[in-house]
Design a protein around this ligand. Structure first.
Ligand SMILES: N[C@@H](CCC(=O)N[C@@H](CS)C(=O)NCC(=O)O)C(=O)O
Length: 209
């Protein structure tokens, strides 16, 4: 398998954690999102992912899959253990709810192409991104304080934690106030102890700058 990604792309990072937790081998192929206007817009990359975004997972058969959550669910199906989705139906739904707060409610609003457009409209992209990240993470923190488990849902990392950790990194880049999300920081700390998370960190990628 090949994973097309970018060192500090939060969506690529989610998939790297999933592959590491599942101990699945993959070849990492960096796609520079900024150099020369962004390699994600090159015809050869668009042939793999017409949305021009990372991550893309290319299977040995040559078939390409995109959208990090769809990729994580695919990985879960090919290697169910350790599971990234709780066994209990309600807990599973809550893990998905938390993942989607980040995946649907935060990350798309602070993605590179959105910020580039905000800038073209003459608006302050840092203020825009910060506003939505802050609000989304505070909402997630409110849900997370309902339990005191080591991870967002239970004793093992789930898809929700895979979304949380990279989003907190982005929050720091946007200078959000993380003092208002102490429970999320506690969970981030627990994730940071695990090798799968350490190896997936942007600083540990071959294209880190
Ligand atoms: N929902 C998609 C979002 C993918 C996405 O926004 N990727 C970003 C990096 S995290 C990207 O490729 N941005 C490049 C651009 O906007 O040109 C996913 O979960 O994979």
């Amino acid at each position: 398998m090949k994973l097309y990604g970018y060192w500090r792309s939060s969506c690529s990072w989610r998939v790297r954690i999933a592959l590491n937790l599942k101990e699945l081998e993959y070849t990492y192929v960096p796609v520079h999102l900024v150099k020369n206007g962004g390699e994600q817009h090159s015809p050869s990359y668009l042939a793999k992912n017409p949305q021009g975004q990372v991550p893309t997972l290319e299977l040995a058969s040559g078939v390409s899959l995109a959208q990090s959550i769809a990729i994580i669910e695919f990985i879960e199906e090919i290697k169910p253990n350790p599971s990234l989705f709780p066994a209990d139906r309600l807990e599973r739904a809550r893990a998905r709810q938390m993942a989607q707060i980040v995946n649907a409610g935060i990350q798309p609003l602070q993605n590179l192409s959105i910020l580039q457009h905000i800038e073209r409209l003459g608006q302050d992209k840092l203020d825009w991104g910060q506003h939505y990240i802050q609000k989304g993470l505070e909402d997630l923190n409110t849900l997370a304080i309902q339990s005191s488990t080591p991870f967002l849902i239970g004793s093992y990392p789930t898809v929700a934690d895979l979304c949380l950790v990279p989003q907190l990194y982005n929050a720091r880049r946007f200078k959000c106030n993380l003092e208002s999300v102490p429970r999320l920081l506690e969970i981030e700390h627990n994730c940071a102890q695990l090798e799968a998370f350490i190896n997936a960190h942007p600083d540990n990628q071959p294209d880190a700058q």
